[in-house]
Design a protein around this ligand. Structure first.
Ligand code: ARG
Length: 423
């Protein structure tokens, strides 16, 4: 019978083993981020993009196929590819305030292609994009995954949800321009629907704005903008669909409401108080303090067209945020690496490590915030965040000991994504 013959042929094609692509990476040392220990003479075998084996000195040598490619990183130290939990790949810090309205809509996606490449080449092999227009971050992710452009693994959140007139709405234009974000909701039910819409068109995480912010007009960072039942609706609906959640929250009340509502990661966290820190610790809520970008905004913002009112808000937020980061670090609160790249240039993502260390986090915990912790917060411990069998072959190499000098992470000597060297 013709049908069964076809079935037999199909089965035999499937049974033919495809030639596996194997890459062997060697270096002088490897930072094991889980234990915090430095190991000598690592050899990492990556087969078809995933780590097949990891051995270090005296660990024996695995069977390596004769056709395996070699990447010898010499004297370098390898660690897992880094993860930035808060980027906006389609944003560009050069166009602050009203200057952004000079461009057509597709401009943002077009320049986002270069931002994705810069981010990856900086050692960030995975990013969570928490807010973009027109599902542009979904488009970037798809183009990276299909191999048309070079970029990190992208977890897109699509549009950020929020209250009408709040930080995540369009706040710069008068009513006759009638421009509003498509993801605003003003009741628990409306917000549930917004979650479903974002997911329908490709969101793999949900971002919500719980308080006002720095770079919007007519919003105050310290003031809550969604009620706790609204935030709870967002968290519940997202979790129902198996999506993780992130809340933009500067003010202490908004932070605590978001934590109690069950949001997984709090972004900015600027005015968190002792009660909020205790709550985050108790509930295991991840805190993503973007403590570097203040420096960029205060030195370059005005030149880039950022309005005086936004610069004033930055001044009010930045110093306190760093002091509160210090308190949270001291208390041992769960930390993730959230930079808000897009507010400052893409590719400079690693500059935040030094600020985190300056304000009290140990170098290993700063690195964990961008590797093991971030993978947990993404729910992606099977894929990213650690050099372990089964995970993607995502590695970054630096010239020395990053525990002695975290700024080495700003100058990676090699970046490997899925076994492909991209730097
Ligand atoms: N997107 C954030 C906002 O507009 C950026 C805050 C940056 N400032 C800071 N100190 N973290 O609110």
């Amino acid at each position: 019978m013709l049908k069964s013959l076809a079935a037999v042929l199909a089965a035999s094609v499937l049974a033919t083993p495809a030639l596996a692509d194997t890459v062997v990476v060697t270096a002088k040392r490897m930072l094991d981020v889980d234990s915090g220990r430095m190991l000598d003479d690592p050899l990492v075998v990556i087969t078809d993009g995933r780590i097949a084996s990891v051995v270090t000195r005296n660990g024996g040598r695995p069977n390596i196929p004769a056709n395996a490619r070699r990447i010898d990183l010499g004297e370098a130290t390898i660690l897992p590819g880094l993860i930035d939990m808060h980027v906006h790949l389609t944003s560009n810090p050069k166009y602050g305030g009203y200057s952004r309205y000079q461009f057509t809509d597709g401009f943002w996606l077009a320049q986002g292609v270069g931002n994705a490449e810069r981010t990856l080449r900086a050692g960030f092999t995975t990013v969570r994009n928490v807010g973009s227009d027109r599902y542009d971050d979904v488009a970037l992710k798809q183009a990276v995954d299909e191999g048309w452009i070079t970029g990190p693994r992208i977890v897109p959140a699509a549009h950020a949800l929020g209250a009408t007139g709040g930080h995540c709405d369009e706040t710069f234009l008068p009513p006759s321009y009638d421009r509003k974000s498509p993801a605003m909701g003003d009741s628990p039910d409306e917000l549930r629907k917004r979650v479903r819409e974002q997911r329908k068109y490709g969101a793999e995480a949900i971002k919500v704005c719980a308080t006002g912010g720095v770079f919007s007009r007519n919003t105050a960072p310290g003031v809550q903008q969604l009620r706790e039942d609204e935030l709870r609706a967002v968290a519940e609906e997202a979790h129902f669909w198996k999506l993780k959640t992130a809340a933009h929250a500067h003010g202490a009340d908004g932070i605590k409401a978001a934590i109690r509502a069950g949001i997984d990661t709090i972004e900015h966290v600027s005015f968190i108080d002792a009660e909020g820190i205790a709550l985050a610790k108790r509930q295991g809520t991840w805190l993503g303090f973007d403590v570097y970008n203040t420096d960029y905004t205060l030195s370059e913002g005005a030149k880039n067209g950022v309005l005086p009112e936004n610069i004033a808000k930055e001044r009010a937020v930045g110093t306190l945020q760093r002091e509160n980061f210090r308190a949270a670090a001291k208390a041992g609160a769960p930390m993730i690496y959230s930079t808000d790249a897009g507010i400052y240039p893409h590719g400079d993502n690693a500059r935040q490590f030094a600020v985190m260390v300056r304000f009290g986090l140990s170098p290993i915990d700063a690195i964990r915030s961008a590797t093991t912790n971030a993978a947990q917060a993404l729910g992606r411990t099977a894929d990213v965040g650690s050099i372990q069998v089964g995970r993607y072959g995502d590695l970054v190499a630096v010239a020395g000991d990053p525990l002695a000098d975290v700024t080495l992470l700003e100058r990676p000597v090699a970046v490997i994504k899925g076994g492909e060297r991209v730097r």
